[in-house]
Design a protein around this ligand. Structure first.
Ligand SMILES: [Ca+2]
Ligand SMILES: [Ca+2]
Ligand SMILES: [Ca+2]
Ligand SMILES: [Ca+2]
Length: 358
């Protein structure tokens, strides 16, 4: 993970030859859908202490997320509150701005802060320089961003779910009216939806495939895809689905920054495709949980991934066994991917967008 260290000076009590002082604020900047360098090519980080600007650094972004930057305290300033702003730039022009809640340096500790940049904030011009954009809107700057991670090992993505995204409560719970007269019309009409493939590859190569394994058409209009990150019990992001799926048809959603070989197999990008191995995915239709991948909440959370390679939820591709025809509707029990999934090598994409069963 590339790191740029900047500071006017390291704190005075670093002893040469001993382990370096860990006092730092580590900004982990991530985006589910901004493409580098098309959308943003550079990031500018402005860190202001209680007595003025501590650092103002602009750096080119390599083409992958996340990017990690360490902000270190200036000499003699180990315990002050730091206000940090993150700007995404393209052609030298500001395209996105986040204003983070103030963070305090803790002597000897690395304080991790996640910063999520989302497409809905691109070119949202907030006239007040003290205000950034969150979920497509200029904020009053008081929205806690990214929060402070307690130091859990998480591969560097999304912690705790404090960021943007569509709130689950705003999602239309549209119950299928059942006007088709069928006796079995459930929340998706006459179809039967199932997660059938999960790709957690390198960098942003992430995708989720949903198949209608039923015999009738599935109506997706009342469905949402939810992500719960890192053992959280609340939805981090929710992506409303739409349209219909014929029997046997698939809907494949990708992280929009995935490489072309994967993107080309997906129907569209999704802000909910932001998992990195320890995040649960839930398909909800008509307010009912249809299928859950992983385990929601702290009881069966994992700091890295569920399962054992190759049938593991990080750096692998998983395909649902063909014997599975019903979703896992218990979202909080233990999750062992080997029960219902087959594992494949990291960055295996060739079955995304289709459900092949004997
Ligand atoms: Ca995670
Ligand atoms: Ca990975
Ligand atoms: Ca389960
Ligand atoms: Ca597939």
């Amino acid at each position: 993970m590339p790191r740029l260290r900047f500071a006017r000076a390291l704190v005075a009590f670093v002893f040469l030859g001993c382990s370096a002082d860990q006092t730092a604020i580590l900004l982990e900047i991530e985006s589910p859908n901004l493409i580098v360098p098309t959308d943003i090519a550079q990031v500018r980080i402005l860190a202001m202490g209680e007595t003025g600007v501590m650092a103002d650094v602009t750096s080119d972004l390599p083409g992958t997320w996340p990017q990690t930057f360490a902000v270190r305290p200036g000499e003699g300033r180990g315990d002050e509150l730091v206000s940090i702003r993150v700007y995404g730039l393209a052609s030298g022009r500001e395209r996105i701005r986040r204003v983070l809640a103030p963070v305090r340096f803790v002597r000897g500790e690395t304080t991790r802060v996640s910063v999520i940049l989302t497409r809905d904030c691109l070119d949202v011009a907030c006239t007040n320089p003290d205000v950034g954009c969150l979920a497509g809107m200029c904020t009053d700057g008081m929205v806690p961003d990214g929060g402070v991670d307690a130091g859990m090992t998480d591969g560097g993505m999304m912690d705790a779910g404090e960021d943007a995204g569509v709130d689950a409560g705003e999602v239309d719970g549209g119950v299928d009216g059942g006007q088709d007269g069928g006796v079995d019309a459930g929340p998706v009409g006459d179809g039967q939806l199932l997660f059938t493939e999960y790709v957690e590859g390198s960098s942003n190569n992430k995708a989720l495939e949903i198949t209608n394994v039923g015999t009738g058409t599935a109506d997706l209009s009342g469905c949402v895809l939810n992500i719960y990150t890192n053992g959280a019990t609340t939805v981090f992001r929710s992506d409303p689905l739409s349209g219909t799926l014929a029997p046997g048809a698939t809907l494949s959603l990708c992280n929009a920054a995935a490489e072309a070989a994967l993107l080309s197999r997906c129907d569209r990008g999704s802000s909910a495709i932001a998992f990195n191995g320890n995040d649960a995915m839930e398909l909800v239709c008509g307010g009912a949980s249809i299928d859950v991948f992983g385990s929601i909440g702290p009881t069966h959370m994992t700091s890295t991934a569920w399962g054992t390679a190759p049938t593991v939820t990080a750096d692998a591709t998983l395909r649902r066994k063909c014997t599975v025809t019903m979703g896992d509707v218990d979202g909080t029990d233990a999750f062992d991917p080997s029960v219902e999934w087959d594992g494949f090598a990291n960055n295996t994409f060739d079955d995304v967008g289709m459900r092949v069963c004997p």
